[in-house]
Design a protein. Sequence first.
Length: 255
Amino acid sequence: MNQSVIRALKLLDLFTGEQAELSLSQIAKKVNLSKPTVYRLLTSLEMCGFLVKKKYTDQDIRYRLGLKLLELGTIVSEQLELRKIALPHMEQLCQEIEEIVHLVIADGDQAVYIEKVETNQDLRLYTRVGKRSPFYVGSGPKLLLAYMPEEERNKILKHIKFQPFTANTITSLEELEQEINTIRRNGFAVSRGEQDLGTVGLSFPIRDHTGKVVAALGVSGLSMRFTGEREAFIKEKTQQAAVQISTELGYKPHV
């Protein structure tokens, strides 16, 4: 555990609506640390954009929270709003298709499942909210990778280390790039037994008001239930739900 990081982050808790600005002396007194130690912590936070230093006079220098916190807070707020908007549509979709429904977002060099609606099927997959996955496995992660800005996607592709979960897992950059092209051409992603044999996943993009893909709406289940007309029905309903969620997020498709 890095005590310096913990100490630095705890300094941010000192700033409140009533005390939006604090001097070095005030901060050092509140946390019972020496001024040189506090100064080093404050300088690190300032360099990262978490604090801003404001100089009124040579003797009156104060710190206040920086815009980086607003940026991070906005990201969290958007994710919470996304889940709030998506959940009713996910529940409706689950009732219609009787399969597990997922909401997946990109987080650094992995995809993370942030919401799930479970089915009442006797035979079903075990999944959990918070599960992380590499971008080359599963319909949701692959879809997010396919719709990333090119520069961001290339950085991830450059550092991917493939690990075969099953015989169907993508294990080469060439194969993954072909899959990306297929997803972008079709407008959805499919996974067949890539992480668990005998399973199928389908995912469609969720877009925000700018048109950016911010999440993948996915469904998954046993391959015995994803055949012929039933798979076509699941695909149609999932796409409709993804469009409805995108519309509520402010997305307006080009006509």
